[in-house]
Design a protein around this ligand. Sequence first.
Ligand SMILES: [Zn+2]
Length: 458
Amino acid sequence: MNRRSFIATAAAALPAPAAEPFRYRGYLGWITDLATEPEPHAAWPSIRLDTGLARDYHRTFTLMREWKLQDLCIWGLQISRSWPLRLEDAVTPDRARRVDKLIADAHSHGLRVLSGLGIYSWGFDEILKANPRLMKGNRSTMCGSEDESWQWMRKVIDYVFRFPIDGVSMQSADQGRCPCEKCARYGETEYHARLNIRCAEYIRARYPGKTIGVSGWGMRFADPASLPHLTALSRHIDYLIDVRDTSSQSGRQSGPTLRRRLIAGLKCAFGTLGGPQVEPPQHWPRDRWFLPTIRSVGEHLQALHSDGGRACEWFYHILANPGDELSTWVAARTLADPAAGWRRHLDYSLARLYKVKSKPVREALAEAFLAAEQAYVQHIPGFCGTISLEPLVSSEPGPPVYLTKRLNAAQRASYERDLTAVRAQFEKLAPEVPERPRMQFALRALDNVRADLRAVRE
Ligand SMILES: [Zn+2]
């Protein structure tokens, strides 16, 4: 063997280098969004932090460590809708202790904890009521051009960093933006980028080493004119999320997508939510829906990764629901190891959760889950964003709007037919699957969805 062929053989024997995992693998939600128990009569968003929820978090942390899902982004650690004028009154000493304990538990599992942070928008209602001069045409956002607004924003940042967090996930557009004459000089993307840059510069200077993410609601990722503003923002933060993945929808027909060009120009990691997100219904029993999103999410994340995307803020899912549970297993594992491919992660997750040793049975079970997904997502192709099962803002169980608002009558009829076939697949497999409780839960959830579909029809 000559030297060249020896080197070639040695190189061929080495395993292919694993693809770089996603750098920011976030799990994000309102603090009660992963609760095993619903809260049928609490106003949204509930921030109740009791022993049951702490237990749910503890279980989730153990899974996150296993999945290598490392960035926990929590909304509602301190407040639900509004900061008090005296920020130090935001939480009782008891809640402060519970929050500290929750964060310590996350840290003991090797996780990082980011706090959700409304930037000029979300959380400022009380402050605006007491300082009406900062309210210039939008009742829920502070004017971005007033120095006094900035003083308030800084106080909020300093308060949030009193807790032992590792960073923030910022949002500047939840309640829209200030429309006043001074602020209107800036287009949507530029306006939001400027506010986020101001806060990020402050955090970098005052709290070095903290992670800063931006959830880019309000920014126009699909507009090439946004590129300079997004690039400027990217110099100040660690990752940027195009929530609805709008940049991938442009230019697909001709050359590289806008998303690819955008990512190449950014100085920070870029990402999305990871495809369709089944929004946790705060008020519903956990067996009222069955909507896995495995293939959609797996394909979405792999395409994002191959475009250079390295961040994801996967929303909290209800792990007590087997459809949501399996989607999250596959999403989390794909984020940590995109090269293996989502189908392998699905097979592994089924082996773990359903304890099925036989490969053909696992494959049949995978097909049943994928059929349940296809029955719904075929009617919302390429969707990235949240699927609200019930109306989000409410204080009681709401109607199934994912059936009535997203699907028309013909699509509902098709969904009902398809789910009947899916139920037969699960029923046939049930005797061969050792994990009986999950199979029974899935069958019950499928029956409940069909009952909702019948009720809507009648
Ligand atoms: Zn303004």
